[in-house]
Design a protein around this ligand. Structure first.
Ligand code: PEP
Ligand code: MN
Length: 337
């Protein structure tokens, strides 16, 4: 059950409400986000919400039977739109494209990528500075100093920055230099990290875990919301199956299912999803056809020399053709389906 509190609820009304819920043996959690205040109550299925409906200080009450509640569409019917400022929105009519290298490697590379994004009217640049790598002997990222440089070049050109945060202690040092925090597949159930990201007022792109179910992804998103941050973006990036012919199995079934179950925007990562450069475009187009709100894709000005994931990074020229096709596909979808 979600109780939507009135904006002008008094402390006295709030206490009376909490006392009533306690008397009814309903476990309640106060959720205060950057937008509203709510009480999430865990009530039995046969609880009659009219029992408390007439108490003052309440705007609305919704029954939500899912384990995750605040991120469920059973409560909020309309799509959530994330506003990054400067007319950059995620989850709105326009397809969101986030592009950039797997890792940020140096100033020249940042400049090359920014130029590529400007030429293609792309407003969000991706790039890792803290890299989760399967082997400890591979490149782990250049860290906070390069993030500052990354942010400087992007903000000077009206481009937003998305980058991965790997641990709780990085949040504070990174916060002034990111527009979207990315939570990687390996950290999808790092609940301490999710708790902290719920306490900041920056959007969070949450990737699905390597063997994460839809329910687990939504429950992780619920952690962020329950801690106070409503600005959450879900990301399908492929899951681990028995198939070894490609890096991961990009589960595009997840897109319509997530859109059905949740009001949050859904982004697809075809680069990690298939892990093979020549098929990335096909999967990106398929993601748009599946109803995704956007894609996050790896591109590189010289993939052969990339310090990570060069094999799945698109050449800039290749990517430019793809963006055009993605936008046309999106247009076809919105006009015809
Ligand atoms: C990445 O985006 O470069 C990355 C490491 O992604 P994932 O967490 O999906 O593996
Ligand atoms: Mn990568």
């Amino acid at each position: 059950m979600i109780i939507h509190l009135s904006k002008d609820i008094t402390e006295k009304e709030k206490s009376a409400l909490l006392a009533k819920l306690q008397e009814l043996n309903i476990k309640s959690n106060l959720v205060s986000t950057q937008f509203r205040n709510y009480i999430v109550g865990i009530a039995s299925d046969d609880f009659d919400i009219r029992t408390i409906g007439n108490l003052s200080g309440i705007d609305d009450i919704h029954r939500v039977s899912d384990n995750y509640k605040m991120v469920s569409r059973k409560w909020k019917v309309n799509n959530t739109i994330i506003d990054l400022g400067d007319h950059v929105k995620i989850g709105d009519k326009e397809l969101s494209i986030m592009a950039g290298p797997c890792s940020i490697e140096g100033e020249k590379q940042i400049e090359n990528t920014v130029q590529h994004l400007l030429e293609n009217n792309i407003k969000i640049m991706r790039g890792g500075v803290f890299k989760p790598r399967s082997s400890p002997y591979t490149f782990r990222g250049y860290g906070i100093d390069i993030l500052k440089l990354f942010y400087k070049h992007c903000s000077a050109n009206g481009i937003k920055v998305i980058t991965e945060v790997m641990q709780v202690s990085q949040v504070e040092e990174m916060i002034d230099y990111v527009d979207i925090f990315q939570v990687g597949a390996r950290n999808s159930q790092n609940f301490n990290l999710l708790d902290i990201l719920g306490k900041v007022d920056k959007p969070v792109l949450l990737k699905r875990g390597i063997s994460g179910t839809i329910e687990e992804l939504l429950s992780s998103a619920e952690y962020i919301f329950a801690n106070g941050n409503e600005k959450i973006i879900l990301c399908e990036r492929g899951i681990r199956t028995f198939e070894r012919a490609y890096r991961n199995t990009l589960d595009l079934n997840a897109v319509p299912i997530l859109k059905d179950k949740s009001h949050l925007p859904v982004i697809v990562d075809p680069s990690h999803g298939i892990g093979i450069r020549k098929h990335v475009k096909t999967m990106a187009l398929s993601a748009v056809m599946s109803g995704a709100d956007g894609i996050i894709v790896e591109v590189h000005h010289n993939p052969e020399m990339a310090l990570s994931d060069g094999h799945q990074s698109l050449y800039h020229q290749q990517a430019s053709i793809m963006y055009e096709q993605l936008r046309l596909t999106r247009k076809f979808m919105t006009e015809n389906l």
